[in-house]
Design a protein around this ligand. Sequence first.
Ligand code: ARG
Length: 469
Amino acid sequence: MAKLWEAGTSGEALDKDVELFLSSLAVDSRLLQEDLECSIAHSRMLGKTGILPPEESAAITAALEAMLKEAAEGKLAVDADSEDVHSFIEAELVRRLGEAGKAVHAGRSRNDQVAVAFRLHMKRACKNTAFDVLDAIEAILSVAKNHTETLMPGYTHLQRAQPVTLAHHLLAWCAALERDYSRFIDNMNRLDESPLGSGALAGSGLPTDREYTADLLGFARPSRNTMDAVADRDACIDYASAGASLMVHLSRFCEDIALWVSTEYSFMKLTGRASTGSSIMPQKRNPDPAELIRGKAGRVFGNLQALLVMQKGLPYAYNRDLQEDKELFFEIEDTLHGSLKAFAVLVTSLVPDAARMEDALKDGYLEATDVAEFLVLKGIPFRTAYNAAKELVQICARKGKRLREIDQSDLAEAHQVFAECAVAPDLLTDYLTPTACVARRKQTGGPAPEKTRAEIARLESFIAAQRKA
Ligand code: ARG
């Protein structure tokens, strides 16, 4: 296996099993292009500072650029015997340039090399994931738009609670995803520092220029401390943590969907784009993507945990433990991408059954709070109004009728405040239609159609602005 370092003083070769165990090539060859970009910046810096003669720096830069082009075209075969992608790049450079290629590693170490290539990757990953989140929000909005007046029960404790609309429920998901989006963007901005030039831990005795390489690579600045730069994997934990929050959200949305498409709810159906059949039960349509997204959440939480434990108690600065970071990160990155893509399809494959959802508002006395609020508007203290409404619900339950079917005698039986306020049954029942209940809930964030329509418009322009920025 191509290695950058010499055998130990005893002259013994590294044990084959240990060598295989230590190798990270299978994982970090994913950083091939990023490392080449960073190596090019480093090589240019070596020329600019005079550490290397300009023609030597130019030759190395040109060879690395050729490798980058080949890598982008999928034509650069990574030598499977290399210890890691960083060793491969130097070995390949030497293979191409001979002695001249050996100059590239002046002023850097694999510790800052891996840190900078990984950071460049994470910076892009934050952006890509953030944009996948925007796509998911957009998919939800495309459904919500058509359902600002589609009534359905809102639940607490999985008990029917109050009437809402499907758009309002879907906008609750969007609110969570908007936070997820901002977490990935915050992380991207926070990690925007270049570790390159930090060397093994103490920088370099050569007159390297870290500002220059940071600038070439599009980082906002060099990292503040060379030991921190090679020891730190906070950005990786931040991404994993944002990913964990995102997966919590997606798995909750998916649970909602699984309930909605169940026979028991039958609020919606899923088209064939996002549901599968059973190999034995011909009648079934299963919401498999929803279930698998829910199932994938654990993988992301687990990798976050592994990343935290990987760093806990590590003495400064670099330790080989840190090599575990990339495999854990890539798995999270791929899981988030796959889950978000599938979720966008899933949500746009929902076919809501508006009549069935409205039907679910008939039983369960979801307008009981509104009975109390009707009395509050007549000057009755809320607790008294609450008790009167509760009595009325109990009477209706006893008589097997709905709140919207009450008459004068029910009111009289329930509580004296109804008489005191001269409540006319038909005025009250008009007040209690689900449409009326939803329409008057027009405070910020409420389910009133005018509010959800405004919120959809706000989110649409937010997404457009973010894509432009
Ligand atoms: N493959 C290693 C990693 O991913 C590269 C750094 C090796 N540095 C070292 N001092 N052994 O962490």
